[in-house]
Design a binder for this molecule. Sequence first.
Ligand SMILES: Nc1ncnc2c1ncn2[C@@H]1O[C@H](COP(=O)(O)OP(=O)(O)OP(=O)(O)O)[C@@H](O)[C@H]1O
Ligand SMILES: [Mg+2]
Length: 414
Amino acid sequence: MPDQIRVIIVDDIPETRDHLTKLLGFESDMEVVGSAASGPEALELATRLNPDVVLMDINMPDMDGIATTELLSTRAPSTSVIMMSVQGEADYLRRSMLAGAREFLVKPFSSDELTASIRQVNARERHKQSSLAAAPTASPSVAGNRDPGQVVAVFSPKGGVGRTTVAVNMAVAAATELGRKVVLVDGSFQFGDVGVLLNLNPRNKSIADLAPELESGGEPESLDTFVITHSAGIRVLLAPPSPEMAELVTPSAIKKVLEKLRAENDLVVVDCAAAFNETTIAILDTADVILTMLSLEITSIKNMRLFLEVAEQLGYEAGKVRLVLNRADSTLGIRVADVEHSIGRKVDHTIVSDGRSVVYALNRGVPFFLSNKEAQVSQDILRLAASVVGEREEVEVVDERRKTTSRKSLFAWR
Ligand SMILES: Nc1ncnc2c1ncn2[C@@H]1O[C@H](COP(=O)(O)OP(=O)(O)OP(=O)(O)O)[C@@H](O)[C@H]1O
Ligand SMILES: [Mg+2]
């Protein structure tokens, strides 16, 4: 069967290898093509067989799972590694991701968790490969009479740095000042604040009402029923009303939602969670631009450095990740130049601190971009919005001059 996911199992304990092989034997879309008891054996096998997925034990004598993964990512770059560990600590996860692993499973895991992870990483890799090889024609999901919109993720590896503030106001700025059709998605599925900032609290209108249908293969005609039109000129897809409903939004469901919204809008702004989990990675993978927010705090800067390393491992092009320094004029003893020196790259955008405008707007449930457009903080946000959507136009202009067949061909990163 050509579409089977080819898997190699790497674990120094023979019983674990046998057990996993048996488990996967029940799945008709997967085939275990080999197993290895050590890192060097795994490298030899993977280089020869070029599997889709390697299930890698983290703790092995001699060469551990992390070192093996690191070598594997250069020798078999199209192979996705799922790391398995009895330790669930953030440090293990982070080191695995940095080494190039695409998923991290904490033992003991259920067979459902295992197979879902294998399918997810495999689908992600295939999606990446097909986008890289994309022909200069529209993809089927966006075929139709409008050009696909841009997906912009507002992310930060640390909470409380202003993601929601920037996402909401940037969406409003792009709609009201730049005339774009904009939808704002609250991608912080557990503790989303977008509804609070926009004073929205409807029943049965959130991504939780939509995701299960998409996940089970349903294809709603349009997402209009679930998207709320706000008086600020934008449309909004809210997060689930309670944290436990967040798990209804799976990585594949959020991808489908974003692709559908992209087809119906010029700009899709996603306010991401700070957690670096599978759903967030699905959003970041789908995004054209990741506005990564940081503040002038040591912890924020440290986390940013780690995120930039992870972003590189995930294969994001340098231009996809943009750094946005919020409250850039705060006098906390750290200067912008110090930040740039510490993370080894330039900050792309800065936004001033303006507690008065921001908090006043927050308490009234009206975006400050509407109530105080002249304020410096609003102007900074407008510049950010213009740069995000303007970049696309520059590409279009270049494209017209070269008279190529389709402007989509230039979006190699899509
Ligand atoms: N430029 C700014 N000037 C002044 N205050 C700001 C600015 N940006 C954000 N804030 C304030 O900082 C706090 C955090 O902002 P916000 O909720 O947007 O961050 P977040 O990254 O979405 O946080 P969370 O992790 O809670 O989702 C809020 O009280 C907000 O009003
Ligand atoms: Mg937030």
